[in-house]
Design a protein around this ligand. Structure first.
Ligand code: ZN
Ligand code: ZN
Length: 359
């Protein structure tokens, strides 16, 4: 039976004729991990219909052989990297090659052109990113595990939050929690209290939490390269009436978006379900970011859920639903779940409670 990586390569190769290419050349980390399983920091893949090469340097030879058994591993000789790829192209009679036009730098492109004489270079476009949008079930399982570990971290952190603890303490505790469980934070955790919670992606500060603060926490972890993403906002003691109202509104907006979420729906329409609710209550200009984004090997990937998105949601896509309202000087509320789009609905991977928790 073909492994997941092999299946992904088959799906990619099926797209090559339409691009006018016989093979493709991949060198961006998320894409080479997706197609090979290799998680090191340097690799180039040359993928042909019936042959696959992984080029990497001395440091990663053993790891590459373990993680990418379907690939012929080639050790790069310093200064000869592209010449070695060219040798493989010639050995297989490749005359047209799709490359990652959205990732290759202005400097690297002419170097590649010079190194591959007689080979037509074609734009790969977003062929790999499109495949990555719809998750296979093994990818869903890793996201599910990452989301479960994120729920556990939230339950743990509720016992840490109290007046006098700093935002940095919270962020550090979250990272430590993941590290001890063999994972790592999928991005630098956001922990923002009081007025700082009005800054969507606040950098944790040494400000100490106070009675009456809203505390917004946005974080996630990694399992097999797959990343989770969740936001919860809690209050220390009783929140002000306005914050209470805002919290209910954000929760309502999230429920409205979730109710609209299913395969076949336009991403912009799901965004509108939440945004309409918030705008109707008079807070439209306080929800300045998009509703959500795809998640996988990268924390922000396609599809995009925003008013200008042209993406249509499909089965197996992993997306966040994260409306928020931010009042400068007062505080903010965001509630974010990670969901898998399904036929007729969705599977919510995030199980942490959403009713306002008063600590
Ligand atoms: Zn997030
Ligand atoms: Zn997010």
């Amino acid at each position: 039976m073909a492994s997941s990586n092999a299946k992904r390569c088959i799906a990619l190769c099926a797209k090559l004729p339409a691009l006018g290419a016989e093979a493709c050349f991949i060198s961006s980390p998320a894409n080479y991990r997706y197609l090979s399983g290799f998680s090191g920091s340097n690799a180039k893949l040359l993928i042909l219909k019936d042959k696959k090469y992984l080029f990497t340097d001395f440091r990663y030879i053993i790891q590459a052989a373990e993680q990418a058994p379907e690939y012929e591993i080639v050790k790069e000789n310093p200064g000869m990297e592209l010449a070695q790829v060219y040798e493989a192209l010639k050995a297989n009679g490749v005359s047209s090659l799709a490359f990652e036009d959205a990732k290759v730098s202005v400097k690297a492109f002419p170097e590649m052109k010079d190194a591959f004489p007689g080979v037509e270079l074609r734009a790969l476009g977003s062929a790999v990113e499109q495949l990555r949008m719809r998750k296979y079930e093994d990818e869903v399982e890793w996201l599910r595990k990452a989301a479960a570990m994120t729920d556990e971290a939230f339950a743990h952190i509720l016992g840490v939050i109290k007046p006098g603890v700093s935002e940095c303490d919270i962020a550090a505790e979250i990272e430590y929690h993941f590290r001890k469980r063999g994972s790592r934070a999928s991005f630098e955790p956001v922990a923002a209290g009081g007025p700082n919670s009005a800054i969507c992606h606040a950098q944790p500060s040494l400000r100490k939490l106070q009675h009456g603060d809203m505390v917004l926490m946005d974080f996630g972890c990694e399992v097999e390269g797959y990343l989770s993403d969740m936001t919860r906002t809690v209050s220390i003691g009783r929140p002000s009436d306005e914050m209470k109202k805002i919290y209910s509104l954000v929760l309502e907006a999230q429920s409205a978006a979730l109710a609209a979420l299913s395969a076949g729906k336009k991403a912009a329409d799901v965004d509108a379900a939440a945004r309409g609710r918030i705008a109707k209550a008079g807070y439209g200009d306080k929800f300045g970011h998009s509703l959500g984004h795809g998640v996988g090997l990268e924390i922000h990937e396609d599809p995009r859920l925003s008013p200008v998105s042209e993406d249509v949601l499909d089965e197996g896509m992993a997306v966040t639903i994260e409306p928020g309202i931010y009042i400068e000087g007062l505080g903010g509320v965001r509630i974010e779940d990670l969901c898998i789009v399904r036929k007729g609905g969705y599977e919510d991977l995030t199980h942490s409670p959403k009713e306002l928790i008063e600590i």
